[in-house]
Design a protein around this ligand. Structure first.
Ligand code: NCD
Length: 315
């Protein structure tokens, strides 16, 4: 499938696209480590607009652009731009387009990136649209699983925590459904279950899944444990958040029943869902997962500029 200039939703990809991005990420990781930085995006500027908090996504996108020879202009927080004076997001995006070659945006509203991308002619990345999607993170997580487990097919992958509001976990689930081959364990409190349309998607694509609120069931069976933060900022009812926070906690005790080669993952930030006593466990790979974001976002930047084919002779 033609990936196009905008990276907005996991739905735009097919299995061959996934394989292409993962293969390119592997090549870029090897090249960066063996040859150093590239100049493939010299002369290009990325506008990095983060209107919700970010550490990993923002810095990995900005580092990826600079490792490819590009430059960045950046704004964090809605009041750091004239939205704080009442300007519309549409006028903000139309203004920023005049100073850059690609826009990366995180915004609290679902579909904000889809709507904003329609206003500009340059490539546009959805870096998280509220409780919507986080498509590039899904590829980071897929790449991490493949590196740690050698493949995705035949693996049992537990997705744990806030499956209702968590954009990373829902984007990853959709990517795994598109790719196929993995068995999914969906672990959440009843109040934070996966929306029904994902079950329809899994059934339509013959993806095997287990739905449970019992973490121990997944611990004993799974090859990957993907933990997620209960998304406090999405709860209207703060009392409900207080009841649900800390629903699942991984610690040494819980991990006693886990497979010896299980991979413990988390998109981060973590609150208390993974005890820091596990950070020294070699199966805890969430900081390797952080680094993988650099390579995957380098891959996406080359793709949207049509430079991934130029890799051989130039990098
Ligand atoms: C996630 C996000 O922002 O959606 N973090 C990330 O992108 N690395 C997960 C979260 O904030 O809980």
């Amino acid at each position: 499938m033609v990936i196009g200039k905008n990276i907005l939703t996991v739905e735009q990809f097919d299995k061959s696209d996934i394989e292409r991005i993962i293969s390119l990420s592997e090549t870029l990781e090897n090249n960066l480590k063996s040859k150093g930085e590239s100049n493939l995006l010299v002369g290009k500027i990325m506008a990095s607009l983060f209107f919700e908090p970010s550490t990993r996504t923002r810095f990995s996108f900005e580092a990826a652009m600079q490792r490819l020879g590009g430059k960045i202009i950046t704004a964090t927080g809605l009041t750091s731009v004239s939205i704080g004076k009442g300007e519309s997001l549409a006028d903000t995006i139309r203004t920023v387009e005049r100073f850059c070659d690609v826009i990366v945006m995180r915004h609290p509203e679902i579909d904000s990136s889809k709507n904003a991308s329609a206003l500009v002619k340059i490539p546009f990345f959805n870096a998280g649209d509220g409780a919507g999607e986080h498509p590039t993170q899904a590829f980071v997580d897929f790449y991490t699983i493949k590196k740690a487990q050698q493949n995705v097919e035949g693996k049992k992958i537990a997705l744990i925590g806030d499956l209702k509001y968590g954009r990373t976990v829902r984007s990853l689930i959709e990517l795994l459904i598109i790719y196929g081959g993995a068995e999914l364990y969906l672990v959440s409190p009843p109040e934070l279950e996966l929306p029904d349309n994902y079950y329809e998607m899994m059934n339509h694509n013959n993806v095997k899944f287990v739905k449970t609120n019992n973490l121990n069931e997944a611990i004993a069976e799974c090859d990957v444990l993907y933990m997620t933060r209960i998304q406090k900022e999405r709860f209207d009812d703060k009392d409900q958040y207080e009841r649900l926070k800390g629903s699942y906690i991984l610690n040494r005790q819980v991990m006693l029943n886990a497979k010896p080669d299980v991979s413990i993952m988390h998109p981060l930030p973590r609150i208390d869902e993974i005890d820091t006593e596990l950070d020294s466990d070699p199966r805890a790979i969430y900081f390797d997962q952080v680094e993988n974001a650099l390579y995957v976002r380098m891959a996406f930047l080359l793709v949207v500029f049509g430079k991934d084919g130029a890799l051989d002779e130039n990098y």
